[in-house]
Design a protein around this ligand. Structure first.
Ligand SMILES: O=C(O)c1cc(C(=O)O)c2c(n1)C(=O)C(=O)c1cc(C(=O)O)[nH]c1-2
Ligand SMILES: [Ca+2]
Length: 684
C-alpha cells in the first residue's frame, strides 16, 4: 500500500477541534485525546473484538522506537495516522494501518537535562488540534508541529524560572483553541503551575499557580490569598517553591465547562521543614476545578491535607455519571498515590466517598467531611515511619479505565516499600552527602530506608466497584509497576505487565483470555481504534519511569516498540533482546575504609537511578554491581567528564573529586564482594 500522503494527513487532521473530539464520543473510531475522550474514561465502545474472539488477536505490525528509556505514551490516532512519543520527548508519526514511519520529530532535549527530573526522561504523549501536533518536551518547551510533515511551527518556553528544576513529562490537552500543560519538579524545589497557550500562536492565555508565592509580593488571585492562609511562612516555603506540580492528570466537562487538574506533593516533602506549624498547605495534593477559558479557580478538594509523604494527586481523573443512593450523580473518580479511591461531585467538589483500595498505614479512613483520619505516628519528626503506600504510590501515573457496562474501574495497583525519616541536615539546595540524591539536586527533606521496610512489594490489576467502594476481582503480578489499562464494550480489559506480557481479561470476572509476549516490560496504557470497519489494539512498550530506572521484572530489555494487533493478524512478535548482565564486578583494588566513604557518596549521587549494586538488577539504567571492566577502568570519564551525557548520565565534576570516584568504586566492589560471600555461605 502507498504510504499516506501529506495531503491525506491534512485532510485527516485539519478539522480536529473540540467539537470533533466530542463528536468522536459517538463512535470512538478515533483516539483524539490522551484519555480517549475529555472524560478520560479509556473505555471504548468498539466491540468487534470481544471476550469471545480475543483469542484470535494477532500482531498486525510493530515499530521500533529506537529508545532505551521509559515509554509512557498513549498514541493518538486520527483516520489512519498515529502519533506516539518515545523517551526524550521524540515524536513518531506512523501510518496506523501498516506501521510505516511518516516522520520523526526530535526536540533535541540536552542529555544533561535528565538530571533535572526525578523520574526518567519520559513523555506521555501528544495532543492534536486543527492540523497541529503538540508535544511538551522534557526540558520544558511546548512545540507545535505540522501534523502532515512534522515541521516545527512554533516553540515556546513554558518554564518561568530556569534556575529551578522544572521538567515536562505529561501529555498536553487542547480545549477550544488553547493547549494546556503543567510541569514537574516538586522533588527539587519548584512552584507548581499550569498554563494555557493559544494553539495558533503559542501566546500565553492564562497561568494558574497551585501554591502561594512570596508573601511580600501581591497575590496573583483570590485563590492564592485563600491558599496562603493554610501555610506557615516561618520556613519561607516560597524559597523552596512549595511544590504542587501539575505533571499529569487533567479532565474536562464540556457541559459544566470545567477543567479538572490534579496537583502534586509539597516541596520539600517533609512538612516539618516546609510549613513547620502544619496547615493544609493548599493546593498541594488536590483536585482543582478551573474555568478553562480564563484559568480562574472554581472549587477544590484536597485529598491529602498537609502532604508530607509525596502523596501527589496528579493521578488519572475520570468523569462519569454514577447511580449513588438512588440518585444519578455527576462524579469524578481518582485513585491517587495515597491508596484511597475517591468519588467526588464534579459540579461542586463535594466529597461523596473515599475508601482504601490497598493496605494503608498513614490513615485508615475518611470522615464525613472528606478529611483523612490520620495515624498519629505518620507525621513523626523524630522516628522513622513506613508510610504505606510509599512515595511510589498505590497507583502512579499509569492510567486506569472505567467501564460503564461493568461499572468497574481497572486500576494498576501496587506497593513499593519505603521507610521515611526526617533528614536533619536538610537545607535548601544543600548538595550534602547523605541527603538523598543531594548531589544532583534532590531536596526531599527525608532520608529513605534508615530502617528496613516491613511491607512486601506487590503489583496487581484491581477491578474496583466505585459505587460500593469495594474490590470486584484482581489479577496478581510478579512485580509492581505494571502498565496502564484499557477497557472496551467487548467486555475486555487490556494491560501490559512489568514482566513483559500483554494480556486481555474478561472485564466482568477477570479471567485471562489472551496473552502475548512483549520485548520489554510495559508501563504505558493500551488504546484501540477502528479503520475501514476493522478494530485495532495498540500498545507502546518500553521499560522505565521512576521504579523502572533501577529495577525490572524481566530479562527482556528490548528498545521501545509500538505493537498493533487485529483479529487474524499474523506477524511474528520480534524476538526479545535479553539482558547481558553477567557476573558481579571483580578485581577493583580497595581499602575497606574507602567503602564507608563511598557509601555516603553513592547514596547522595548514584542510588536513585542505579539502585543498590548487585541487589537491584538494573532497569532502564544499568546496575553498577554488574559493570563491565571498561566502565570501571574509565570511571573518571563516566562520572567526572560526562562520557554518558547524551544518555542522561550527569557530569559530576562540580560535586565530586577523583578520590570520591575511587571511594564509589570501592563501595561497589566491597558490596559485590560481600554479596558473593553471603551467596557462598548460603550455598554451603
Ligand atoms: O513532583 C513532581 O513534580 C513529579 C513529577 C513526575 C514526573 O513529571 O514524571 C513524577 C513525580 N513527581 C512522582 O512523584 C512520581 O512518582 C513519578 C513517577 C514518574 C514516572 O514517570 O514514572 N514520574 C513521576
Ligand atoms: Ca513527586
Amino acid at each position: 500500500a502507498e504510504p499516506i500522503s501529506a495531503d491525506a494527513i491534512r485532510a485527516a487532521t485539519g478539522g480536529i477541534n473540540t467539537a470533533t473530539i466530542i463528536e468522536n464520543d459517538a463512535s470512538d473510531q478515533n483516539w483524539l485525546n490522551y484519555g480517549l475522550n475529555y472524560a478520560e474514561t479509556r473505555y471504548s465502545q468498539l466491540d468487534t473484538i470481544t471476550a469471545d474472539n480475543v483469542g484470535e488477536l494477532g500482531l498486525a505490525w510493530s515499530y521500533n522506537l529506537e529508545s532505551r528509556r521509559g515509554v509512557q505514551a498513549t498514541p493518538i490516532v486520527a483516520d489512519g495516522v498515529m502519533y506516539v512519543t518515545a523517551s526524550w520527548s521524540i515524536v513518531h508519526a506512523l501510518d496506523a494501518i501498516t506501521g510505516e514511519k511518516l516522520w520523526v520529530y526530535d526536540p533535541e532535549v540536552p542529555g544533561e537535562y535528565a538530571a533535572k527530573g526525578c523520574c526518567d526522561v519520559v513523555n506521555r504523549g501528544v495532543a492534536i488540534y486543527e492540523g497541529k501536533v503538540f508535544v511538551g518536551s522534557y526540558d520544558g518547551y511546548l512545540h507545535a508541529l505540522d501534523a502532515a510533515t512534522g515541521e516545527l511551527l512554533w516553540k515556546i518556553d513554558t518554564i518561568e524560572n530556569r534556575d529551578m528544576s522544572y521538567t515536562v513529562t505529561g501529555a498536553p490537552r487542547v480545549i477550544n483553541g488553547k493547549v494546556i500543560i503543567g510541569n514537574g519538579g516538586a522533588e527539587f524545589g519548584v512552584r507548581g503551575y499550569i498554563s494555557a497557550y493559544d494553539t495558533e500562536t503559542g501566546d500565553t492565555v492564562w497561568r494558574w499557580y497551585t501554591v502561594p508565592g512570596d508573601p511580600a509580593k501581591p497575590y496573583e488571585n483570590d485563590a492564592m490569598k485563600m491558599a496562603a492562609e493554610t501555610w506557615d511562612p516561618s520556613a519561607k516555603y516560597w524559597e523552596a517553591g512549595g511544590g504542587g506540580t501539575v505533571w499529569d492528570a487533567m479532565a474536562y466537562d464540556q457541559e459544566l465547562n470545567l477543567l479538572y487538574i490534579g496537583t502534586g506533593n509539597g516541596s520539600p516533602w517533609n512538612q516539618h521543614l516546609r510549613s513547620p506549624a502544619g496547615g493544609d498547605n493548599l493546593f498541594l495534593a488536590s483536585i482543582v476545578a478551573l474555568n478553562p477559558d480564563t484559568g480562574d479557580y472554581v472549587w477544590h478538594y484536597q485529598n491529602t491535607p498537609g502532604d508530607t509523604w509525596d502523596y501527589t494527586s496528579t493521578q488519572h481523573i475520570i468523569l462519569a455519571d454514577l447511580e449513588i443512593d438512588g440518585d444519578t450523580r455527576q462524579v469524578l473518580m481518582q485513585a491517587p498515590k495515597n491508596g484511597f479511591f475517591y468519588v467526588i461531585d464534579r459540579t461542586n467538589g463535594e466529597f461523596i466517598s473515599a475508601e482504601p483500595f490497598v493496605e494503608t498505614t498513614w490513615a485508615k479512613a475518611y470522615d464525613a467531611d472528606g478529611r483523612p483520619i490520620e495515624n498519629p505516628d505518620a507525621r513523626s519528626k523524630d522516628k522513622p515511619f513506613e508510610p504505606v503506600p510509599s512515595a511510589y504510590g498505590a497507583h502512579n501515573w499509569h492510567p486506569m479505565s472505567f467501564n460503564p457496562d461493568t461499572g468497574l474501574v481497572y486500576i494498576p495497583a501496587q506497593g513499593v516499600p519505603l521507610v521515611q525519616s526526617t533528614d536533619p541536615s536538610w537545607e535548601l539546595n544543600s548538595h550534602k552527602p547523605m541527603s538523598t540524591m543531594s548531589g544532583v539536586g534532590w531536596n526531599l527533606g527525608y532520608l529513605f530506608n534508615v530502617v528496613a521496610p516491613q511491607a512486601t512489594p506487590f503489583g496487581h490489576l484491581l477491578a474496583w466497584d466505585p459505587v460500593n467502594q469495594r474490590e470486584a476481582w484482581r489479577a496478581e503480578y510478579v512485580s509492581p509497576w505494571n502498565g496502564g489499562t484499557l477497557t472496551t464494550a467487548g467486555n475486555l480489559v487490556f494491560q501490559g505487565t512489568a514482566d513483559g506480557r500483554f494480556i486481555a481479561y474478561n472485564a466482568t470476572n477477570g479471567e485471562a483470555l489472551w496473552q502475548v509476549p512483549m520485548t520489554s516490560g510495559v508501563i504505558a496504557a493500551p488504546m484501540t481504534w477502528e479503520h475501514d470497519g476493522e478494530q485495532y489494539v495498540t500498545i507502546a512498550a518500553g521499560w522505565g519511569g521512576v521504579y523502572g530506572l533501577m529495577q525490572r521484572a524481566t530479562e527482556k530489555v528490548g528498545p521501545g516498540r509500538v505493537f498493533t494487533f487485529r483479529i487474524g493478524g499474523s506477524e511474528e512478535i520480534p524476538t526479545a533482546e535479553l539482558s547481558t548482565r553477567t557476573e558481579l564486578v571483580s578485581g577493583v583494588p580497595y581499602d575497606p575504609e574507602q567503602v564507608t566513604a563511598g557509601l555516603a557518596t553513592y547514596v547522595s549521587n548514584c542510588l536513585f537511578c542505579h539502585g543498590v549494586p548487585g541487589v537491584n538488577n538494573g532497569g532502564a539504567v544499568p546496575n553498577l554491581g554488574y559493570s563491565e571492566q571498561e566502565v570501571l577502568t574509565n570511571a573518571d570519564a563516566w562520572v567526572l567528564q560526562g562520557a554518558g551525557l547524551h544518555n542522561g548520565m550527569p557530569r559530576f565534576d562540580a560535586h565530586l573529586t577523583d578520590a570520591d570516584v575511587q571511594n564509589v568504586l570501592a563501595f561497589i566492589q566491597g558490596t559485590a564482594d560481600s554479596l558473593r560471600a553471603a551467596a557462598a555461605t548460603k550455598a554451603q
